[in-house]
Design a protein around this ligand. Structure first.
Ligand SMILES: NC(=O)c1ccc[n+]([C@@H]2O[C@H](COP(=O)([O-])OP(=O)(O)OC[C@H]3O[C@@H](n4cnc5c(N)ncnc54)[C@H](OP(=O)(O)O)[C@@H]3O)[C@@H](O)[C@H]2O)c1
Length: 388
């Protein structure tokens, strides 16, 4: 087992060394929780709870270093996502809550602070990521079953570690599980600037694949130009906007771009009318893989595409992949992705500072939710919840 070294950008403090459990014992914890599902802007709140006692034999205590706010996390809070967290009656043993809470967040990077007597292969100080779903990562510290964590492969930054279990595996699996693509083949995708889209671009480029990427237009042309430039610097071959789908000559332009090579894979996280138009650009025997619906609109497809072009449609869910693959397969995939050294997704770290009251932390988190609801963030939000 390889020891994971801390990120050079955030050196470990005394609280991050092997003595962490002892030094942390005097501290409290904080989590972002909700009692019932609803609009994240109104149901989420911050709550403080006592420090964790030593873990039971098969468990470990972790300190959460960084946890993303993914679109699916918001859907879970809204109550419209099929996977749900288990309600917690207490956030620390002996600290009974008046009402059970759900802790938000499913993905995240944590550092092991104390190891149960029967746990093998993980040591205090190791960096781990979540192997299970909906474990409640929007917290400063949790007690988790040893089965629920995987040691992080070496060589990753904090941000890459915190975001490695959902989006990069989704991108990798969708690129490999549906069509056997050869070097020089083309992949088309929408939501190309999403974290998944950025991973698709990078993995495809590393494997010699070309990508035709669609994004939403921007009010200011300079913003669109810099977005296109950013995606091209990741390896995107071409970046277009959904508005360009209205152009009747787009089919010919795309043929010119691909040299007539048929597009055989379309990755869709948007749905709605733009995706219907993208389907018209696909060649024969193509596969449409849907993994999200950011437009919140249904997907309508021309029947002719099924009859005359043999279109095949699939839904991909990384959670299902985890449920149907062994621990060894999960670890192998994470190790493969770690070796790829993907660039960190565009992100913003939001800190819930130690000195802040729960009321102020609640206000801060609700502001983040407000900005996300209005689509004003444009970057992956990562929460760092300090121990108050
Ligand atoms: N099925 C799975 O296993 C799986 C795994 C991971 C992610 N996902 C899904 O994949 C999607 C992207 O996730 P992520 O974490 O990569 O997202 P993200 O980084 O937060 O990016 C969100 C993306 O959605 C776009 N978007 C937002 N509202 C839109 C709208 N009304 N119409 C068109 N585009 C819109 C944004 O474009 P702008 O920049 O223009 O706002 C941005 O490209 C989500 O739906 C998520 O649930 C699914």
């Amino acid at each position: 087992m390889q020891r994971i070294l801390p990120s050079p950008r955030r050196p470990l403090t005394a609280a991050g060394t092997r003595g962490l459990a002892t030094s942390a014992a005097r501290r409290a914890n904080r989590a972002v929780v909700y009692h019932g599902t609803g609009d994240p802007r109104s149901v989420l709140h911050a709550t403080t709870y006592p420090d964790l006692p030593r873990p039971p034999p098969h468990a470990l205590n972790v300190r959460l270093l960084l946890a993303p706010v993914n679109p699916a996390d918001l859907n879970v809070v809204e109550g419209v996502y099929p996977a749900r967290p288990a309600p917690a009656d207490a956030l620390a043993p002996g600290h009974a809550l008046a009402r059970p809470v759900y802790v938000g967040g499913s993905e995240g990077l944590a550092q092991v602070t104390d190891v149960g007597s029967d746990v093998r292969g993980v040591s205090e100080g190791d960096w781990v990521v979540m192997a299970g779903q909906q474990l409640g990562t929007w917290a400063s510290a949790r007690t988790l079953s040893a089965e629920d964590v995987v040691k992080l492969p070496p060589g990753l930054s904090e941000v890459n570690g915190a975001t490695i279990t959902v989006n990069p595996p989704t991108a990798y699996n969708m690129l490999h599980d549906y069509v056997k693509l050869q070097e020089g083949d083309w992949v088309m995708q929408n939501g190309a600037n999403s974290a998944v889209g950025q991973a698709v671009i990078q993995i495809a480029a590393k494997e010699g694949l070309k990508t035709l990427n669609f994004v939403r237009s921007r009010r200011v042309q300079d913003d669109l130009d810099s977005l296109k430039q950013q995606l091209k610097s990741l390896g995107a071959t071409e970046v277009l906007t959904y508005d360009e789908l209205e152009d009747k000559s787009l089919g010919e332009r795309v043929k010119g771009l691909t040299g007539g090579k048929p597009l055989r894979l379309l990755l869709n996280c948007v749905s709605g009318p733009a995706t219907t138009q993208m389907v018209r650009l696909l060649g024969a025997d193509a596969h449409l893989v849907s993994y999200g619906a950011m437009s919140r609109q249904p997907l309508a497809l021309p029947t002719s595409a099924f009859i005359f072009r043999n279109l095949a449609c699939h839904g991909f869910w990384q959670s299902r992949w985890y449920q149907t693959h062994s621990r060894a397969e999960r670890e192998a995939l994470l190790a493969r992705l770690a070796r790829m050294q993907l660039k960190e997704p565009e992100h913003e770290v939001v800190v819930l500072p130690a000195h802040e009251s729960d009321a102020d932390a609640t206000e801060r988190i609700r502001k983040v939710m407000e900005a996300l609801a209005k689509g004003q963030h444009g970057k992956k939000v990562l929460l760092r919840i300090e121990q108050p």
